[in-house]
Design a protein around this ligand. Structure first.
Ligand SMILES: *Cc1c(COP(=O)(O)O)cnc(C)c1O
Length: 819
């Protein structure tokens, strides 16, 4: 939000829109691109941006959420909302960018822009931490760095700001010019140049030149000679240049890096003198990002002593919301690292997307928001909480407590975190979703510890943004009208139940499918309202199917007749799905069933076929392409007969994940996406384009020195002939780490090094050979992630990734992340 008041007429003029103004008095302070997340609808302007889906499809939604001003490009929608302001333009994205350019031009402030292949968001957040005591800073929210994210970020500049820090990201040629015009940076930082987005550019050099366009008018440009290829310095942008390097001569020339516990001590040459700093992180990427920030501070004139003092206090950037199981059947969303209105709004949206509990509680600290007095600030927050249907507020801190009268809902207030903790035994929490949101200095992690269940040291981390990204990846491959059924059977391939389904529902898939009735019931109880297909509808569960409005898969005449008989006499058109066997030979009708099938359905008005489907047996494998084609033909011919025989239309579907990737012609009316959502697709070349959703982690419980020829584990199967070191880790076959991984077959990652198992896998533990490595109790161990993938593990024990994922036992706690 910014304080500049623009009238809607003024807007229309700036973006050269044809305008239809119903209410000229509306002032627009917020720009909205997602119809679902709206903070202040009256003062919001909605942009019908199109990606794969036409943005105009969301106008209705936005209107329902209270928005009355719209920028559109399709004249067909002009007359849609009589009481709304409509601005018609040729290109909605250009209009958004134009607005940001004009807005930016009104301010004469220092603006620092960051681009590069990695580290943009961390460097931005760290510079914010480092400079916040000297400037009133406006910065990009999260990693808003795209053609859309940058204008939305720049829009937030207002009078009180003295420094802007914005990131810019590009994925192909000719994208940077627009971002440069919007940001108009005065200082530039190139973080690095890696392989990311290589496919969008003819060469690395082209990519570099495109990135550098961002900095063309800067006064100061900060870079490393290691990332400018062979470009001569004279061709670099920036009136003044400042370089840093770990390898060659530079303004800040790193001479020495030494890890000390979990920090890094760094020495460098600067203006002919030796200087030093302490970067409070141990990993390589953080050290590089820290050095970039160091270069930033020095080049902006901070003394080496001051820079060191500030860097030492850097804290981890907590950009992710964590969803965990809480005490007394609560769900807890943990965001104990930041507190400002826009991140609060994002967290509240995530709270609302989780429907498992009707009751929603927010534990909120004092907020720090520049340029607003307390009353304005908490009035705005109060309105926001109301709009987001919050049930209860627990406010912590002197300011929010002093504003108690502004909140009309169930509230309680505490002066400090300690005050809350002292009263904790008397505060009641049960069956609710609790959002914990506090500024860092309130140390709300102490509160989350109290209200979450203790997580056993082995956890499966699920990245919900990656899941949504994978959904979008497949959506982009579909023809516009094709529906999506998301397969959430087997606990969503091991990833979770309502936690996953709520995200899929939010992202508007059309159907869900589960294997068994109780899985469907659990989803209904978790607040899922989407239609749900049950693939194995056991007759003993028909009751629950009907009670919870689930839709059975009907795969033979027996099950059809028992379902019809089960339904009460006045049942009418109950939705069912027909499974057709086209070659799997598992379940399903075959051509010989046609006459009886038609008779039975036509003879009873109780059921209605809403879809017919079949399953491909080898869609990922080109050796089976002829058979896939045969399955499709058989499906089409048979389904046509059913549809003709019934005299009505229904949804046809046959494609699974790899079917979408490899057989576009098999999309029909709907596709069923399973494993692709969870980050694996056997039909893709090395999973290209998918994001890793699940990371399985455990920890080292003990480290042991082993003498030559001593044996390790049950049956004396493990041996280190020359002796060595083992690490015992807390994962065993009861957690889903198969026994076949024993004796060196399986490998895990410790501190970035791949290490083999030694001896057999026990029920709750196993041992790793860490000879020669620095490993200690409590170290984190990766069982699989984006680097050591489920496909690698599957290969090690000759199975398929599906089995690796679904085998992870329920006792392994799932923790969900959302940005
Ligand atoms: C599991 C399943 C799918 C999903 O398959 P993926 O290969 O995981 O995409 C699709 N259809 C049916 C009938 C299934 O049982």
């Amino acid at each position: 939000m910014n304080d500049t008041i623009y009238t809607i007429d003024h807007f229309a003029e700036i973006i050269q829109a044809k305008s239809f103004i119903a209410n000229p008095k509306l002032n627009v302070t917020r720009l909205v691109i997602d119809s679902r997340s709206v903070i202040d609808p009256e003062n919001s302007l909605f942009f019908a941006l199109s990606s794969k889906r036409d943005g105009h499809e969301y106008l209705e939604d936005a209107y329902k959420n209270g928005i009355r001003s719209f920028v559109i490009s399709d004249a067909a929608y002009l007359e849609k909302f009589r009481d709304a302001n409509i601005l018609l333009v040729a290109d909605v994205l250009l209009a958004l960018q134009r607005l940001a350019i004009v807005h930016r031009e009104q301010y004469d402030l220092k603006v620092l822009a960051i681009t590069g292949s990695n580290g943009k968001t961390i460097v931005k957040e760290w510079l914010y931490q480092l400079l916040a005591s000297d400037f009133n800073i406006v910065r990009s929210p999260k990693s808003f760095n795209s053609q859309i994210g940058v204008p939305l970020s720049v829009w937030n500049i207002s009078d009180e700001h003295t420094l802007g820090i914005f990131e810019a990201g590009i994925s192909k040629e000719n994208e940077m010019e627009a971002l440069q015009r919007i940001i108009q940076p005065t200082i530039g930082i190139l973080t690095n140049l890696g392989e990311a987005h290589a496919e969008g550019f003819a060469s690395q050099k082209d990519k570099l030149l495109e990135k550098l366009k961002l900095f063309k008018d800067t006064d100061l440009f900060i870079y490393s000679p290691e990332y400018i290829l062979d470009l001569p310095v004279s061709e670099l942008p920036g009136q003044t240049k400042f370089s840093w390097s770990m390898k060659q001569k530079a303004d800040l020339q790193i001479s020495f890096i030494e890890p000390i516990e979990d920090r890094n001590y760094v020495r460098a040459l600067f203006k002919g003198a030796e200087i030093e700093c302490l970067i409070p992180f141990s990993d390589r990427a953080s050290v590089e990002n820290g050095i970039i920030c160091w270069a930033g501070l020095l080049s902006m004139g901070y003394s080496p002593e001051e820079a060191d003092a500030r860097l030492e206090k850097l804290t981890r950037v907590g950009m992710r919301l964590e969803l965990k199981n809480g005490i007394n059947q609560c769900s807890v969303i943990d965001d104990s690292y930041s507190a400002d209105i826009s991140s609060l709004a994002i967290a509240l949206d995530f709270l609302n997307l989780q429907n498992q509990h009707a009751k929603k509680t927010l534990i909120l600290s004092d907020l720090h928001e520049t340029g607003k007095n307390q009353e304005e600030l908490y009035t705005e927050i109060s309105a926001l909480l109301k709009q987001k249907n919050l049930s209860r507020l627990i406010g912590i801190g002197p300011h929010i407590s002093a504003s108690a009268a502004l909140f009309d809902m169930d509230t309680s207030f505490f002066q400090s975190t300690q005050d809350f903790i002292d009263h904790f035994p008397a505060i009641h929490f049960s069956n609710e979703t609790i959002l914990v949101k506090g500024a860092r200095k309130f140390e709300f992690e102490r509160i989350s510890k109290l209200i979450t269940q203790k997580v056993h040291d082995t956890v499966l981390e699920i990245d919900l943004n990656a899941l949504a990204g994978n959904l979008q990846f497949y959506r982009n491959k579909l023809r516009p009208q094709v529906k999506i059924m998301a397969m959430v059977k087997a606990f969503s391939y091991g990833s979770g139940s309502f936690e996953i389904a709520n995200v899929l529902q939010y992202h508007k898939v059309d159907y869900l499918a589960v294997a068994y009735t109780d899985e469907g019931v659990a989803l209904r109880k978790g607040g899922i309202t989407l239609p749900i297909m049950v693939m194995s509808p056991e007759p003993s569960a028909f009751d629950a199917i009907v009670k919870y409005n689930l839709e059975p898969e009907i795969y033979n005449l027996d099950i059809l007749s028992s379902f019809i008989n089960f339904l009460s006499a006045d049942a009418y058109d109950y939705p069912v799905h027909l499974k057709i066997d086209t070659g799997m030979h598992r379940l399903g009708f075959e051509e010989g069933d046609l006459t009886e099938l038609l008779e039975m359905i036509r003879g009873s008005r109780k059921v209605k076929v809403v879809s017919a489907f079949s399953h491909l047996v080898g869609s990922e494998d080109e050796h089976h392409d002829a058979f896939t084609k045969h399955q499709m033909e058989r499906f089409s011919a048979f389904t046509r007969q059913i549809s003709d025989g019934l005299g009505y239309k229904f949804i046809w579907h046959i494609s699974n994940t790899s079917g979408i990737t490899r057989h576009p012609e098999a999309q029909l009316d709907m596709v069923r996406i399973g494993i692709g959502l969870y980050g694996y697709d056997g039909g893709l070349d090395r999973n290209h384009g998918l994001q890793t959703v699940a990371v399985l982690k455990t920890t080292v419980t003990q480290v042991k020195e082993i003498k030559p020829n001593e044996t390790i584990g049950y049956g004396r199967r493990g041996i280190l002939p020359d002796g060595g070191t083992t690490a015992t880790v807390k994962i065993g076959y009861a957690d889903g780490y198969n026994r076949r991984f024993g004796n060196g077959i399986g490998k895990m990652l410790i501190n970035g090094k791949l290490v083999p198992t030694v001896g057999v896998i026990c029920m709750d533990m196993c041992m790793l050979d860490v000879t020669g490595l620095e490993v200690k109790t409590g170290d984190e161990v990766i069982v699989f992630n984006g680097e050591l993938t489920i496909a690698n593990l599957a290969e090690q024990i000759q199975t398929i990734p599906y089995e690796i994922l679904t085998n992870i036992s329920q006792r392994v706690k799932r923790v969900y992340f959302y940005e």
